[in-house]
Design a protein around this ligand. Structure first.
Ligand SMILES: Cc1cc2nc3c(=O)[nH]c(=O)nc-3n(C[C@H](O)[C@H](O)[C@H](O)COP(=O)(O)OP(=O)(O)OC[C@H]3O[C@@H](n4cnc5c(N)ncnc54)[C@H](O)[C@@H]3O)c2cc1C
Length: 394
């Protein structure tokens, strides 16, 4: 089918969504300019799990081999509360499929290096504050454009969200987490699992092997602790040592990991919010990744959804003559998968992060037993893999 003619495309944001779109659409022959607010394009945060869905998109981009060499293969998600297994999802229920835990910087480096190799140099130190008639407005006061199409990949706090055809207000979630990347400790931790410990739903600690940022560097672990945003200042004031006592009470084996945390500043606070744009486009504008849909990372889908958005948008632009037709086709292609996972994430999050006593009780007594049944194991693996409700990419 004939695609849109060669377009001049502005990509706002150099996160996973923006970089993947730049690479795919640059290869499709469009003229790409990436704008990023940071002085230097760089990743923020610790680690994440690439699911079979996201890995399939990286394979489509020709980046899967390098990414797998940097990341850590994940076979299992395992969580316990008071010594009882309450989460046990095994990818093996799906055959050969596995997750891949990566350092955010590892994913960034793989995408960014490929973008540079394709001759696209992100324009940095450009904070986008508005868009009018295809022209981007920057905080510095100047403008650039017009562009045929603007892709908003600026994440959950994008300032262009009010320009969506049907904007939606965000719902901030009370719980976030403090995160750090630490040297990997082989003793006591499974190198192929996300491991978590819970007390009710108000305390959660996790350890995830995330591999390397670049070839030859040391392997790392993502370490996280659930925290309400409103309690962050109190957490800092209380001091590191008293917090470490809480962590050790929940998970004594974390001693070697905690030893490498010497300052509160090593722990970054991540805030979560829940929002799904019903129509992820506006005039000459399309939203991908967290700007189109953001949620808590309980199901570990965000970066994978961003990569799936990139694939769907590239296909839509390749098979539709006009931009309005293409962005509507992109939205339709992603609609049900996005809605399903946003709903699932919204439903599951309070079982793991909330003040409820009832939900963790149900999780520990009922869900834990049900999830051992083979059909439930397969369902949970399909859910976590991101494949639920999704047609294979190729
Ligand atoms: C703690 C935590 C754990 C997570 N774990 C997982 C996981 O296991 N699996 C998973 O798939 N996902 C996970 N996620 C979600 C995942 O990180 C996001 O879904 C993903 O990063 C979204 O990519 P994005 O490119 O859409 O947005 P972002 O990664 O937010 O990138 C947005 C980019 O836009 C730039 N930008 C923002 N505003 C402007 C502006 N005004 N002007 C110019 N540039 C701008 C930013 O600097 C940034 O570079 C997790 C998220 C968090 C916070």
């Amino acid at each position: 089918m004939p695609g849109s003619p060669r377009l001049s495309i502005a990509i706002c944001g150099a996160g996973p969504a923006g970089l993947a779109c730049a690479l795919a659409l640059g290869r499709a022959g469009h003229t790409i300019t990436i704008f990023e607010q940071f002085d230097e394009a760089k990743p923020v945060g610790s680690g994440l799990i690439l699911q079979p869905t996201g890995l399939a998109v990286l394979d489509w981009l020709g980046l899967g081999v390098r990414m797998r060499a940097l990341g850590a293969r994940i076979d299992r998600l395992h969580g316990t509360a008071a010594g009882r297994t309450v989460l046990d999802v095994r990818y093996a229920a799906l055959g050969d499929a596995r997750g891949l835990a990566v350092h955010r910087a590892g994913l960034f480096n793989v995408l960014h290096d490929a973008v540079l190799a394709a001759g696209i140099i992100p324009v940095t130190n450009r904070k986008i504050v508005g868009l009018e008639k295809g022209q981007l407005h920057f905080e510095s006061g100047d403008r650039q454009g017009p562009f045929d199409l603007v892709i908003d990949a600026m994440g959950s706090r994008s300032l262009l969200l009010p320009l969506a055809s049907a904007p939606q207000s965000r719902r901030a979630l009370a719980y976030g987490a403090i995160w750090a990347s630490l040297p990997w400790q082989a003793d006591g931790f499974d190198p192929h699992a996300l491991e978590q410990r819970y007390r009710n739903a108000s305390q959660m600690c996790g350890v995830l092997p995330i591999g390397r940022m670049r070839e030859g560097e040391e392997a790392q672990a993502a370490f996280f602790w659930s925290l309400k945003h409103q309690d962050y200042e109190a957490w800092r004031e209380r001091g590191l040592e008293r917090w470490k006592e809480d962590v050790l009470q929940l998970w004594p084996e974390t001693v070697p990991l905690l030893a490498s945390i010497k300052s509160e500043n090593q722990m970054t606070l991540a805030r979560y919010e829940h929002r799904t744009l019903p129509l992820p486009f506006g005039t000459g504008l399309v939203f991908v990744g967290d700007s189109a849909h953001s949620t808590s990372p309980q199901l570990g889908q965000g970066a994978n959804m961003a990569l799936l958005d990139c694939h769907a948008l590239t296909q839509a632009l390749a098979t539709h003559q006009t931009i309005p037709e293409a962005v509507a086709a992109y939205a339709a292609a992603r609609r049900w998968h996005v809605r399903l996972f946003q709903a699932m994430s919204f439903m599951f999050t309070p079982f793991y992060q909330s003040d409820s006593l009832l939900l963790p009780f149900v999780r520990d007594r009922v869900v834990a037993h049900l999830s051992r049944l083979p059909p439930a194991q397969r369902f949970l693996a399909t859910l976590v893999s991101g494949r639920l409700g999704l047609k294979p990419l190729v």
